[in-house]
Design a protein around this ligand. Structure first.
Ligand SMILES: NC(=O)c1ccc[n+]([C@@H]2O[C@H](COP(=O)([O-])OP(=O)(O)OC[C@H]3O[C@@H](n4cnc5c(N)ncnc54)[C@H](O)[C@@H]3O)[C@@H](O)[C@H]2O)c1
Length: 437
């Protein structure tokens, strides 16, 4: 089955570049369905009009929420967009306009299925007809939205990261377990997991092409990003929701918001989570009030079982050396996640690449239709926790064990009230002084 898929990335990936080793031009339009074909027994997963239509509700109608809804439509037959929620009317209107331009035939959004305010997601989830949620609100809201979506019986595509603190991570793990019980699918926006070059590299690593894994490095170093200054008319809460990249309670800081992609690849390669995390970082260049309370650079060591160490760096400062990459080192060679192996068994990926932002929906929808829904919830919760522990270690200056972070940390960054109004935030963290909670 050959289909043409249109790459619809609003910003070419993670804000300033997708970091997946593919350019927009590389989004070769071959069969996105092919990647799942091997996973679904023949005869299953075929779309029968009507009964297994996918009716999408979008939570968080920004660049990625809109882009992911378009990707879902382009991924599979029988996908319609039926409801939208964003706290802000201007964002919702912009999203609807883009959807109508890009996938007009699939847009079935009626005026009474558009919701704003902070709790409009509850109204959207109450629509029985919706069976597929795209949730791409700022990460601090993800645990709440996921829990509500699973309780409402919906399949979920959720953007990464999926929490900003250990309390949120535990909530996502619990919601994912509930989804499993209810037979609901969850796929996360870690698109490398659905990208051919990564899949083929990982298969080779796991088959022993580079021997026993002894170390690694991963990076998300880039320039600066968009920022929204507070106006007199904006409450704290409105500003935090609009300028969400820059508050640890909304984004988790950039180590969580962006670098989670590369950390997830490390967990994938090692087939494990780290046992210990120690990191450092600071806020050197982005010090103005509009940059909220996050850092602009981090360096973290993740120690995996057997004492294997992975060095991670991330930076968002313009005018510096950029690098977005993952490298794993073994006793017989090395591998780059983007499809290159050196050493005893050299290899380079040379196939056609399929847009992984589309394939993640192809895979989820085919799995739902086959009655075997994918559930990536626990895995992305764990990768999110790795990044959170890196941030917590850098903020406090303390080394943190995985076990403690997963089971005992009480850190909960959620605001006192989900209301438009005042919302004081923590001061910028100072290592050695900021307490580990
Ligand atoms: N997988 C990827 O490559 C990739 C790329 C870009 C973004 N992302 C992720 O997607 C998510 C959204 O990023 P974006 O680039 O679309 O940002 P964006 O700012 O364009 O969109 C975020 C939207 O969420 C809305 N919002 C704010 N508070 C909300 C709330 N409480 N409930 C619902 N919606 C709320 C905002 O109004 C905005 O429209 C983030 O988690 C980000 O990390 C992933």
């Amino acid at each position: 089955m050959i289909e043409q898929f249109k790459a619809e990335r609003d910003k070419g990936g993670d804000v300033n570049g997708n970091g997946t080793g593919i350019t927009r031009r590389d989004f070769i339009k071959t069969s996105a369905a092919a990647s799942l074909a091997a996973a679904i027994p023949s005869g299953l997963g075929l779309y029968a009009a009507g009964s297994d239509a996918i009716r999408v509700g979008v939570i968080g109608c920004g660049g990625r929420g809109t882009g992911a809804a378009i990707d879902a439509v382009n991924s599979s037959p029988g996908v319609e967009i039926v409801a939208l929620f964003d706290p802000f009317q201007d964002r919702l209107d912009g999203s609807l306009k883009t959807l109508r331009e890009k996938v007009p035939a699939a847009v079935k959004v009626k005026a009474d299925a558009c919701f704003t305010g902070l709790d409009g997601y509850k109204k959207l989830l109450a629509i029985k007809d919706i069976n597929y949620i795209v949730t791409a609100a700022p990460p601090g809201f993800r645990p709440i939205h996921l829990k509500a979506a699973v309780e409402a019986g919906k399949h979920v595509f959720m953007e990464k990261p999926v929490a900003v603190d250990p309390v949120g991570v535990r909530s996502v793990i619990a919601s994912s377990a509930l989804a499993e019980q209810k037979g609901l699918g969850i796929v996360a926006g870690t698109q490398r997991r659905h990208q051919k070059k990564y899949l083929e590299t990982m298969k080779r690593i796991h088959d022993g092409a580079i021997g026993e894994l002894v170390g690694g490095q991963c990076y998300w170093n880039q320039g600066d990003l968009w920022v929204i200054k507070k106006t007199a008319a904006m409450s704290d809460m409105e500003w935090h929701c609009r300028n969400w990249l820059y508050f640890s309670w909304t984004s988790g800081d950039h180590i969580v918001e962006q670098h989670v992609h590369n950390i997830d690849v490390m967990n994938w390669a090692f087939r494990a989570t780290p046992v210990k995390v120690v990191g450092m970082g600071g806020r050197q260049e982005r010090t103005a009030p509009e940059y909220g309370n996050i850092y602009d650079h981090f360096a973290v060591e993740f120690e995996y079982p057997g004492g294997v160490r992975v060095m991670s760096m991330c930076r968002q400062i313009k005018g510096c050396a950029d690098r977005v990459e993952e490298k794993v080192v073994g006793t017989k060679g090395y591998a780059f996640g983007y499809g290159e192996i050196g050493g005893a068994n050299p290899w380079k990926f040379e196939g056609d690449e399929v847009n992984p932002y589309v394939v993640e929906h192809t895979d989820l929808i085919a799995s739902i239709r086959a009655g075997k829904p994918l559930n990536e919830g626990k895995r992305i919760a764990e990768s999110t926790l790795c990044a959170i522990l890196g941030r917590m270690s850098a903020y406090t200056g303390r080394a943190i064990s995985w076990e403690w972070g997963l089971t005992s940390s009480k850190l909960d960054l959620s605001p006192a009230k989900y209301e438009f109004g005042p919302n004081p935030v923590d001061p910028v963290a100072i290592p050695g002084k900021t307490p580990l909670v």
